[in-house]
Design a protein around this ligand. Structure first.
Ligand SMILES: Cc1ncc(COP(=O)(O)O)c(C=O)c1O
Length: 416
């Protein structure tokens, strides 16, 4: 849930820190993503506080929200970054992130991306296949350097979450199977340009039960023992991201302190620096999506539709994962109604909520779709010729435009 101190109601209007969302909507138009800078920082700091007893580096997973200002805000806090492509690496570097704190994941990195990562001097590349490992060795050889590499192990632990965001199960494409590890170790042993520095896993996203991390970490510790006995000096033990947030007050997330309590005694056994890759935990509840009601209509069956100017092109999570997002009126009403909140995109899946009790808003009024900071804007697209929205970051009483709204010209600029 949002921190109500950072998203308070003031004079009957929902604000982000000290700035009214109504004012921001008037100034920048809608749909509009509005991020609280202090919420981002607080989330990062609460993660750091929970794991303070461990030698660790937190690498924010920029796929959750890669706006340069968000990366910059976290870099200023000392945060590292987890990137998943050349494009994300470019963003992190452009935002001023320290390459020595950047790690790169990705089940299908291209040769160009691998070369870019190695020549940027990042902390390590996580490899997910034998073929990729050979390519890394070859590219590092051509560049005349040693590539620092981590093996992403598939621990075959099925975390209980949405099937599209479970990644540590052996039927998924991610990581290298435990059964192939002996081959991997002997291959790396014979390579001249690969330095195995890390073991890595990522078992999924929005995982509520600490037990899944515990079970997978135990498996990774077994792999660590084998790697060490094979002579590798492993310096980093990376347990990935996936730490949960509350989207729905009826389903509160397990507090981060519980994960720390359960995992610290186990992770200390690694005797390495522990890497974490939280994305959602830091970004999700720091941003709201402000949208205006275009139309209301009622069908023959008495079903009420609230048609808003944002849709699945701005926030695809309800359509893709059937995710719940709280929806509140920027200016709350005394009366409520049951309605479907839907977008303008030509897809039946374009909805934010179905049969939801919401404020009885009228046409022209503003709604805020909460917890939209992770996997929101970054998954946005121009389907239906939609213009990707503007984004604003608020710090106290100051609001800064951190992304301009797309223009029609930009929609066609690459079509030559
Ligand atoms: C390798 C890796 N690390 C970290 C994350 C971040 O996950 P979350 O946002 O749930 O923390 C992801 C998400 O897909 C991922 O694939």
């Amino acid at each position: 849930m949002l921190d109500s101190n950072l998203f308070p109601f003031s004079n009957g209007v929902l604000c982000c820190e000290g700035v009214s969302l109504e004012r921001l909507a008037e100034k920048y138009g809608t749909p509009l993503f509005v991020t609280s800078r202090n919420s981002l920082v607080n989330q990062y700091r609460s993660f750091e506080k929970a794991f303070a007893l461990l030698d660790h580096l937190t690498c924010y997973s920029v796929k959750a929200n890669f706006n340069l200002h968000i990366i910059r805000t976290l870099a200023a806090e000392g945060c590292g970054f987890d990137v998943n492509s050349g494009g994300e690496l470019y963003r992190a570097l452009q935002a001023g992130a320290d390459p020595a704190k950047i790690i790169m994941a990705g089940v299908g990195k291209s040769a160009a991306e691998i070369e870019y990562a190695i020549s940027s001097g990042i902390l390590m590349l996580k490899t997910e296949s034998l073929s990729e490992l050979r390519l890394i060795d070859e590219i590092a050889g051509r560049l005349g350097v040693q590539a620092s590499v981590g093996i992403r192990v598939n621990p075959n632990v099925t975390a209980e979450t949405h099937p599209y965001i479970t990644t540590g199960d052996s039927k998924e494409k991610f990581g290298i199977d435990e059964t192939d590890l002996a081959q991997v170790f002997s291959l790396i042993g014979a390579m001249d340009h690969v330095n195995l520095t890390a073991l890595d896993m990522h078992i999924g996203s929005q995982i509520f039960d600490t037990e899944f991390y515990h079970a997978a970490s135990e498996k990774l510790l077994d792999v660590l023992a084998v790697a060490r006995s094979a002579g590798f000096a492993i310096r980093y033990f990376d347990i990935g991201g996936g730490f949960p947030v509350t989207y729905d007050p009826q389903k509160p997330a397990t507090p981060i302190g519980h994960f720390a309590e359960k995992l610290i005694p186990l992770l200390e056994k690694a005797g390495t620096t522990i890497l974490f890759e939280p994305g959602r935990f830091i970004a999700a509840n720091s941003t709201v999506l402000v949208t205006r009601v275009l139309y209301r209509k009622r069908n023959h069956a008495g079903k009420e539709f609230v048609i808003v100017d944002a849709g699945m092109t701005e926030l695809i999570r309800p359509a893709l994962y059937q995710s719940h997002h709280e929806i509140v009126a920027v200016k709350p009403h005394d009366s409520m109604m049951v309605a479907d909140v839907v977008g303008p995109v030509c897809e039946s899946g374009d909805f934010f909520a179905r049969a939801r009790t919401i404020d009885a808003v009228g046409e022209g009024e503003l709604l805020a779709v909460l917890s939209s900071g992770a996997y929101g804007s970054v998954m946005g697209n121009n389907y239906n010729g939609r213009l990707r929205p503007a984004e604003v970051m608020v710090d106290g009483d100051d609001a800064t435009l951190i992304r301009k709204r797309d223009t029609f010209e930009q929609l066609i600029q690459n079509e030559v």
